[in-house]
Write a protein that binds this ligand. Structure first.
Ligand code: FMN
Length: 358
């Protein structure tokens, strides 16, 4: 485990090891701010020796978010900074670093919007309208303002959620982005909204503030983003100010999605390894791999073989927040997570996210 436990300079942030908690929604916010229960959850993760904790997806602003979303954190006013400062202070007191994840399902004045008017197959009846260039500019500003508040709240970095079929990942995909302006077409144009958001955040929060992307590198559906095209998009991101990429994949619906094969019988450990390796050989920035990682020996090999620089997990930390500590103490048995996705079902039902097999 030596390689994974070595400190790592992640875009200027000193991580105590190479383990990352991938963003995991918990449905635990109170009036859109961290509740005591939520603070305790993050504190427990930090006590578990995780190098970098990425928060659940947070809306940068309520204007562009779906529904009332009371149970998700929203970093929309300067008034909320002290509440988020409490969150980052608690995490930092245990030596972990914390990145805020920004992501939203674009709904404007109750109207779903997206890069192009391609229906959401996973939300029956939802046909979004294409965003105007002015609206894209507005979204970029909103993310920039939220980035400044994140910096003032003590977050070490921002991760932009551009995976799993949400609007920002739709921009990257030739299937869902059919624009003919500067935000569609070539890989660089499809990546442009993320590049603009990162630039705006840096403009407001400072040049040294890392902004990285959770990128859906392949859509797993007919006509969608292929890994070859995903490599080109990743190159555009890496050459235009994005600090690092967390590799994820999939849109809801098809046989494979971010949680692995939707048919449980086809479960494979580390199902995105080859995609991470394909991106890693083509870009200079740090690559984080997430997706079905359960065995620390396998994670060691991934990093030793140069397929990724860092490893991230979500479901294993729901069943066992202190997993890394256990491994550090010498018990190297793999995570006990069986990927039943009961935690995801709770999330989708608006319930508090927890492990159902404990
Ligand atoms: C309950 C639950 C909530 C999640 N919430 C988020 C989220 O807010 N943002 C995000 O990017 N991914 C989210 N994910 C996806 C995970 O970050 C991760 O990409 C996926 O679960 C695969 O990793 P794993 O096999 O280690 O769980 C969530 C996953 C689960 C199970």
């Amino acid at each position: 485990m030596s390689k994974l436990l070595e400190p790592y300079d992640f875009c200027g942030i000193k991580l105590k090891n190479k383990f990352i908690r991938s963003a995991t929604s918990e449905n635990l916010a109170k009036s859109r701010l961290p509740s005591e229960q939520l603070l305790n959850r993050y504190e427990e993760l930090a006590r578990g020796e995780i190098g970098l904790i990425i928060t659940s997806a947070m809306r940068p602003d309520r204007t562009w978010a779906r529904g009332p979303q009371q149970k998700n954190m929203v970093i929309e006013h300067d008034d909320s900074i002290p509440a988020f400062r409490e969150l980052t202070d608690r995490i930092h007191s245990f030596g972990s670093k914390v990145a805020v994840q920004f992501g939203s399902f674009f709904v404007y004045n109750n109207e779903p919007v997206a890069p192009s008017a391609v229906p959401y197959s996973w939300i029956p009846g939802v046909s979004p309208r294409a965003l105007t260039v002015e609206e894209i500019g507005e979204i970029v500003k909103i993310y920039g303002a939220a980035g400044e508040r994140a910096k003032k709240s003590g977050f070490d970095a921002v991760e932009i959620h551009a995976a799993h079929g949400y609007p920002l990942s739709r921009f990257l995909s030739p299937l869902f982005n059919q624009r003919t302006d500067e935000y569609g077409g070539s890989p660089e144009n499809r990546a442009r909204i993320l590049i603009d958001i990162a630039a705006e955040i840096r403009e407001r929060a400072g040049n040294n503030f890392p902004v990285f992307v959770k990128m859906g590198v392949v859509d797993f559906c007919e006509g969608g983003l292929t890994i070859e095209d995903g490599v080109e998009v990743a190159k555009a991101l890496s050459q235009n100010g994005i600090s690092a990429i967390e590799i994820s994949a999939g849109t809801p619906g098809p046989e494979m999605n971010a949680l692995g094969a939707t048919d449980g019988s086809k479960w494979t450990e580390g199902y995105l390894i080859d995609y991470a390796a394909a991106i890693k050989t083509n870009v200079e920035i740090p690559i984080i791999l997430v997706g079905g990682l359960r065995d620390v020996n396998m994670m060691e090999d991934i990093v030793a073989q140069g397929k990724a620089d860092l490893v991230a997990m979500s479901r294993p930390f729901i069943i066992e927040p202190q997993l890394i500590k256990r491994w550090m103490e010498g018990d190297r048995e793999p995570s006990h997570c069986i990927s039943c996705n009961g935690c995801m079902d709770l999330y989708m039902d608006g319930e508090i996210v927890e492990c159902i097999i404990e």
